[in-house]
Design a protein around this ligand. Structure first.
Ligand code: ADP
Ligand code: ZN
Length: 210
C-alpha cells in the first residue's frame, strides 16, 4: 500500500508514520530526515537545502523530488511505503503522478495552529537516532538524553518560535492546498490529532484499514 501523511509541521506525521510503518511493515520515507542527514553529511544536496531549512522555508521542489525519486526506487519500497513530509506542494504531488506512482490513501492529521506552537516549542529530537520527545508531554527519562540510544535530545533549529510561525505560514500557503487536491481524487481521510498519541494512532490505523 502506498500512503501519504499530510499535516502541519508538528502535527505528529513522523510519529504516526512510524506506527504505520511498523504495523504494515512498509518503510517510512521522511524527506525531512533525509534532508537533515544530507546536511549533517555535508553532501551537495545538503548544502543546497540547509539555508532553506534553517529559515523554515521549503527546499526547492526539484531538489526534494530528486531525493524522493531515488528513495522510492530502492528495493524495500516494492511492497509499498508511507510518505511523511512529501508531497508538500502541488507540483510535488504532480511529480509523483508523473513518476507513475499510485497513491492508495492520503491521511491528513489536523491540529489547530495554537496546539502546533506549543508542541514544537517543547519538542526535542535525538541528534543521533532522530527519536522525538516533548519536554512536557513526553519527556525523556533523563533530561536532554535520548531513552533509545543515549544521544543528546536537543531543540531543532527550526523549532525556534519565530521560525515556527514561518513554517506554519508556509504550510497554509503551499501545503494545505493538497488537502483539496487529494479530496478531489477521493483519497483523503482527515484524522483529528488527539492529546493522547495512542488515540491518534488508533484513528490513523482505522483510516488506513478503511
Ligand atoms: P516538519 O514537518 O516538522 O516541518 P520535516 O522534518 O518534515 O519537519 O521537514 C523539515 C524541513 O525540511 C522543512 O521545513 C523543509 O525545509 C524541508 N523539507 C522536508 N520535506 C520537504 C518537502 N517535501 N519539500 C520541501 N521542503 C521539505
Ligand atoms: Zn537516540
Amino acid at each position: 500500500m502506498n500512503l501519504i501523511l499530510l499535516g502541519a509541521p508538528g502535527a505528529g506525521k513522523g510519529t504516526q508514520a512510524e506506527v504505520i510503518s511498523n504495523t504494515l511493515n512498509i518503510p517510512q520515507i521522511s524527506t525531512g530526515n533525509i534532508l537533515r542527514a544530507a546536511v549533517k553529511n555535508g553532501t551537495e544536496c545538503g548544502l543546497k537545502a540547509k539555508s532553506f531549512m534553517d529559515a523554515g522555508a521549503l527546499v526547492p521542489d526539484e531538489v526534494v523530488i530528486g531525493i524522493l525519486k531515488d528513495r522510492i526506487a530502492e528495493d524495500d519500497c516494492k511492497n509499498g511505503f508511507i510518505l511523511d513530509g512529501f508531497p508538500r506542494t502541488v507540483p510535488q504531488a504532480e511529480a509523483l503522478e508523473d513518476m507513475g506512482v499510485q497513491i492508495d490513501k492520503v491521511i491528513e492529521i489536523s491540529v489547530p495552529d495554537e496546539d502546533i506552537k506549543a508542541r514544537l516549542g517543547g519538542r526535542r529530537v535525538c541528534e543521533s537516532c532522530g527519536a522525538t520527545y516533548h519536554i512536557e508531554f513526553n519527556p525523556p527519562k533523563v533530561e536532554g538524553k535520548c531513552d533509545k540510544c543515549g544521544g543528546n535530545a536537543v531543540q531543532r533549529k527550526d523549532d525556534a518560535p519565530e521560525t515556527v510561525i514561518d513554517r506554519l505560514k508556509t504550510y497554509h500557503e503551499a501545503t494545505a492546498p493538497l488537502v483539496d487536491f487529494y479530496k478531489g481524487k477521493g483519497k483523503l481521510t482527515t484524522v483529528y490529532g488527539q492529546s493522547e498519541v495512542s488515540e491518534t494512532s488508533k484513528l490513523v490505523l482505522e483510516a488506513v484499514n478503511a
